[in-house]
Design a protein around this ligand. Structure first.
Ligand code: G
Ligand code: G
Ligand code: MN
Ligand code: NA
Length: 253
C-alpha cells in the first residue's frame, strides 16, 4: 500500500481519532491535564501508530491539515468535557515544527479556540527542540501565543540537537522530561542524575517540569522527592479513547 495515498484518503474518510493520556499533579494526585495522541484507524491495516505516519505526514506537508484537525478536535473535546462539568484541565497537543512554521499558524490556533469556545489557558502546545531552527521567527510566534494566554512546553526535552541557550529566549512554561530518561531512573545512576538535574534546571528557570513514561510507583516516589511537578505514563494510564477519561478524573494515585 502507498502510505501517502492512504494518508490522503484517511483525511477525507475521517479515519483519524484522538486518544488521551492523563497528566497528574504529583503532590495532589489529581489529573491536571491530558495529552492528545493521534491514532489512525486504517480500514485494512488496523490501528497505525503516529510514529509510523507522522514522519511521512511531515515530509509531504500533510501534517498541516492533519495537525489542524487534531488541534480542533482536542479543543472541541476539552470544551465538551467542561460543558459536562468535569473538572477543568489543560489539553496538550503535539505540534510538528513544520506545522508551527507554516504561515498563519497563530490564526489556525486562535480560530480553533474561537470556534470551539475553549479558553486559551486550557490549551497547551507541545513543541520540540527542533523548533530552534529559524528561532527568530519561532520566538515571535511563541510570544504571540503567550499573549493569547496559551501554555507552551518543550516535549522530549534533552533528546534534540539544540543548545541550552534557547531556554533563555523562549517564552515557555514547562519542560517535558523524555521517557528515555525516566525509563531506567531507578537502575541507572546517569539517568537519575539527568532527571534530577533537569528538574532543578527547570525550577531555577522558573519553569514547571513533567516526567513522561512513568511506569512504577518507585519512579513516582523518586519524582515526588525531587519536587517534579507532574507525571504522565502507564503507571496512571495508557492513552485511552475520550469516553474513558471521565473515569480517570479526580484522584488516580
Ligand atoms: O502516541 P504514541 O502513542 O505512539 O505517539 C508516538 C509519537 O507520535 C510521539 O512522538 C508523539 O509525540 C507523536 N504524536 C502523537 N500524536 C501527534 C500529533 O497529533 N501530532 C504530532 N505532530 N505528533 C504526534
Ligand atoms: O513524543 P511524545 O512524548 O509525545 O510521545 C508520547 C509517546 O509515549 C506515545 O507514544 C505514548 O503512547 C507513549 N507513552 C506514554 N506513556 C508511556 C509509558 O509509561 N511507557 C512507555 N513505554 N511509553 C509511553
Ligand atoms: Mn508529546
Ligand atoms: Na516525549
Amino acid at each position: 500500500m502507498n502510505l501517502e495515498i492512504g494518508l490522503r484518503k484517511g483525511i477525507i474518510k475521517n479515519e483519524f481519532t484522538v486518544h488521551y493520556q492523563p497528566q497528574v499533579d504529583i503532590l495532589s494526585g489529581t489529573v491536571v491535564g491530558v495529552e492528545a495522541l493521534l491514532r489512525w484507524q486504517h480500514p485494512q491495516l488496523g490501528l497505525i501508530s503516529p510514529a509510523e505516519f507522522i514522519p511521512l505526514a511531515e515530509e509531504t506537508g500533510l501534517i498541516i491539515p492533519i495537525g489542524e484537525w487534531v488541534l480542533r478536535e482536542a479543543c472541541r473535546q476539552n470544551k465538551e468535557w467542561q460543558d459536562a462539568n468535569l473538572p477543568p484541565m489543560r489539553i496538550a497537543v503535539n505540534i510538528s515544527t513544520r506545522q508551527f512554521q507554516q504561515s498563519g499558524f497563530v490564526e489556525v490556533v486562535s480560530r480553533a479556540l474561537k470556534d470551539t469556545g475553549l479558553e486559551p489557558k486550557y490549551l497547551e502546545l507541545e513543541l520540540t527542540e527542533s523548533i530552534v531552527q529559524n528561532s527568530v521567527h519561532a520566538i515571535a510566534i511563541m510570544h504571540k501565543l503567550k499573549e493569547m494566554g496559551l501554555f507552551l512546553s518543550i516535549d522530549d526535552f534533552g533528546t534534540g540537537y539544540s543548545s541550552l541557550s534557547y531556554l533563555k529566549l523562549f517564552p515557555i512554561d514547562s519542560l517535558k522530561i523524555d521517557q528515555s530518561f525516566t525509563r531506567n531512573l531507578m537502575e541507572d545512576a546517569k539517568d537519575e542524575a539527568l532527571v534530577h538535574t533537569i528538574i532543578n534546571m527547570a525550577h531555577n528557570l522558573g519553569l514547571k517540569v513533567i516526567a513522561e513514561g512513568v511506569e512504577t510507583g518507585e519512579q513516582l516516589q523518586y519524582l515526588l522527592q525531587r519536587h517534579c511537578n507532574e507525571a504522565q505514563g502507564y503507571y496512571f494510564s495508557k492513552p485511552v479513547p475520550p469516553d474513558n477519561i471521565s473515569n480517570l478524573l479526580g484522584s488516580v494515585s
